[in-house]
Design a protein around this ligand. Structure first.
Ligand SMILES: [Zn+2]
Length: 191
């Protein structure tokens, strides 16, 4: 690392410590030439993820949009702000884990639904009704049936509108485990 004072590229690290969130490492360095000290921060570089929307329009991945969608679905439900925040982070992680550069907005919606499903079934159905554009009561019944049946079996193919088919294939292909983090991952504050 080039010294910011004398520009000589020769330093030694005198202290390394992890940032509060574990996502950064702070290193205290001393320039061997001028003996002055400076600090560097190291963090994992995440490639920007583009979201491909229904009409093919792309926009940057925005966790705030996930948060607002979740907050609306969770309105007046006994769900802590902290839990919502954890779900947002878990969805963001799942999206980054499964996709490198681009993700369909549908794929994000599916992951949000996976999260909500394990946390609050009312919020889940609310989110599904908007996201899947329920047309009538029958759509609600389709979505709720597997929950009532014990929540163990995967959702019936028939419940999904044709638009979700492509997504479904992609999700299946990317191995259920990685694509659909379970509740435990959400509830545990982690680290
Ligand atoms: Zn120096």
């Amino acid at each position: 690392m080039r010294c910011p004072f004398c520009r000589v590229d020769n330093d030694r690290v005198i202290d390394s410590r992890s940032g509060d969130d574990g996502a950064t490492i702070r290193r205290r360095r001393e320039c061997v030439a001028c003996r002055r000290r400076f600090t560097t921060y190291e963090r994992v570089e995440r490639q920007m993820l583009s979201v491909v929307k229904k009409g093919g329009v792309r926009e940057p991945f925005d966790r705030e949009k996930i948060r607002s969608g979740l907050a609306i679905a969770c309105g007046k439900r006994p769900i802590a702000e902290e839990t919502i925040e954890e779900m947002v982070s878990a969805v963001e992680r799942a999206c980054h884990d499964a996709f490198e550069t681009e993700i369909a907005s549908r794929a994000i919606g599916e992951r949000v639904m996976e999260m909500l499903r394990g946390v609050d079934q009312v919020a889940y159905v609310r989110f599904a009704s908007v996201y899947r554009e329920f047309k009538d009561a029958r759509d609600f019944v389709h979505e709720i049936e597997p929950i009532l049946a014990g929540d163990a079996a995967p959702r019936a193919e028939a419940a999904a509108p044709p638009a979700a088919d492509e997504e479904r294939r992609e999700q299946t292909a990317s191995a259920a485990g990685a694509a659909a983090p379970r509740v435990a991952r959400v509830v545990t504050p982690g680290r």
